[in-house]
Design a binder for this molecule. Structure first.
Ligand SMILES: NC(=O)c1ccc[n+]([C@@H]2O[C@H](COP(=O)([O-])OP(=O)(O)OC[C@H]3O[C@@H](n4cnc5c(N)ncnc54)[C@H](O)[C@@H]3O)[C@@H](O)[C@H]2O)c1
Length: 442
């Protein structure tokens, strides 16, 4: 297998379809200022992601480009703790409008609970402020339409922080598919495994409620659906799905409010000791009297209404069909994806964590029909999200050089990834096939 092949413009458009159109629009996005002035940067949602990936890491990496002018969180104590963790002197707020008014940011980072992303994105766009939002962009079709409309009426562009695309191994998959080596992709088998550590963690927090994160089909799978949309260069068209809650929530054998005061500590295999993390004790435990947000919430609470096992069939605009599954109670963490093409198959097994040794984190093979199997050398990067976090931030803030198909994900990508999950959730709830075109006007 040759390394990355250079594609002609014609080949790229032919293969990447809608992704190419998105790139044209995104290249105009003015995230890096281009002048010597630092951008006035504010954050709404000062939890883990806001203080780390989009907080202290930025202070360290881009002091020449960004000036922190405001931090906003519904929990005033957490906003103050965040200010110390990030290491900045800017004011903190609980009232978002007041922050915009007083701090006058020209770039907003949205890292709140998923359900509130659209509320803040729209207010910022309506005031002419550029927005970067964490995924998922929104959690339902109404919010999706509202964000797309706000972007259009203000003639602005937002960036959705799809870091997974920027892991070198995921770029490799994109390049193999673009090279045409396996021909037109006819179907995709995609299974994502969340283990009893990472998977369980979603059931401890706000993600456990559909009203918080839209279910893991939106909160988590929007990463996976974005990868697929981008890899295929196609849009989802219709979705049918099934899901259940079999391990967490009501099905659990015992329960409490959260782990620290729990009388079942010794018997519960999901017991999580928050006190071992100084950072989390400061950011969450020390602030929980304000909002009762327990970072170590019980995974067996009866109010949990999301699924822990989900399967979906998705049909795409290029006629490809994907069978997808997500399980959140596994002994292993990672994924398996295979692209079945006219001329061959690209097969990937990613091992993130498992109770057995593996020789390499990612195994990738191309097998040609009537031909041979070839092992692909995969760049192994251990930094956050397979190296994706670093590269995404450098692309946003330093405008680093990357091939066109690696340009920043826009609202369209944000919408299409969420809508796949929203359609899957609706399909489970309504017991029928859902057409993406019936959900929003794009
Ligand atoms: N791209 C990735 O790989 C990745 C990884 C982790 C999290 N995320 C995303 O980042 C976001 C934050 O996740 P997190 O893990 O930091 O969660 P978190 O719970 O640690 O932080 C969320 C913060 O939002 C605040 N908040 C809640 N409701 C609010 C409201 N109405 N207005 C203002 N603030 C409010 C909370 O007090 C909390 O400080 C989520 O959207 C999540 O999906 C993305």
């Amino acid at each position: 297998m040759s390394e990355h092949k250079t594609l002609s413009r014609r080949d790229f458009v032919k293969t990447a379809g809608n992704a190419a159109a998105a790139v044209t629009v995104l290249s105009k996005l003015p995230i890096a200022s281009g002048s010597n002035a630092r951008r006035r940067y504010a954050i709404v949602g000062t939890g883990d992601r806001g203080t780390g990936m989009w907080g202290s890491d930025l202070v360290e990496r881009y002091p020449d480009l960004l000036e922190f002018v405001g931090l906003c969180d519904s929990n005033h104590k957490r906003a103050s703790v965040a200010k110390t963790i990030i290491g900045v002197e800017c004011p903190t707020f609980t009232n978002f409008s007041e922050m915009l008014e007083k701090s006058r940011p020209d770039l907003l980072m949205v890292t709140t609970v998923d359900a509130f992303h659209s509320h803040y994105i729209i207010q910022a766009l309506d005031r002419g402020i550029d927005v970067i939002t964490e995924k998922p962009m929104v959690i339902d079709e109404k919010q999706c339409q509202a964000v797309l409309d706000a972007e259009k009426r203000n003639n602005r562009k937002i960036v959705v922080a799809f870091n997974y695309r920027y892991a070198p191994k995921h770029q490799k998959i994109k390049e193999i598919l673009l090279s045409g080596e396996i021909g037109r992709v006819i179907s995709v088998d995609f299974s994502w495994y969340l283990d009893v550590v990472h998977g369980a963690d979603y059931f401890r927090r706000w993600h456990r409620l559909k009203s918080g994160g839209g279910s893991l089909l939106v909160h988590k799978a929007s990463h996976h659906f974005d990868l697929i949309n981008w890899w295929l260069g196609a849009d989802p068209v219709e979705v049918s799905a099934r899901g259940g809650l079999e391990v967490y929530g009501k099905k659990g054998p015992l329960r409490s409010t959260h782990c620290r005061p729990c009388p079942h500590k010794k018997d519960c295999r999901f017991y999580y000791d928050l006190t071992t993390s100084e950072r989390r004790m400061k950011l969450y435990a020390a602030c929980e009297d304000v909002d009762q947000y327990h970072r170590d919430g019980c995974v067996f609470r009866e109010d949990i209404d999301i699924y822990d096992n989900m399967s979906a069939i998705v049909k795409y605009s290029n006629a490809a069909i994907m069978s997808y599954s997500l399980n959140a109670f596994m002994p292993i963490e990672g994924y398996r994806v295979a692209f079945n093409g006219e001329k061959g198959r690209l097969e990937v097994r990613d091992y993130e964590r498992q109770p057995f040794p593996v020789e390499e984190e990612t195994e990738m093979y191309v097998t040609k029909s009537f031909g041979q199997r070839e092992k692909i050398t995969v760049p192994n990067v251990t930094a956050g999200h397979g190296g994706g976090d670093l590269r995404l931030r450098d692309l946003i803030f330093r405008k680093t050089e990357l091939p066109k198909y690696m340009q920043l994900p826009d609202s369209r990508a944000g919408a299409m990834s969420c809508l796949t999950g929203i359609a899957a959730r609706n399909s489970i709830e309504q017991g029928r096939l859902i057409k993406i075109g019936d959900l929003v006007r794009i």
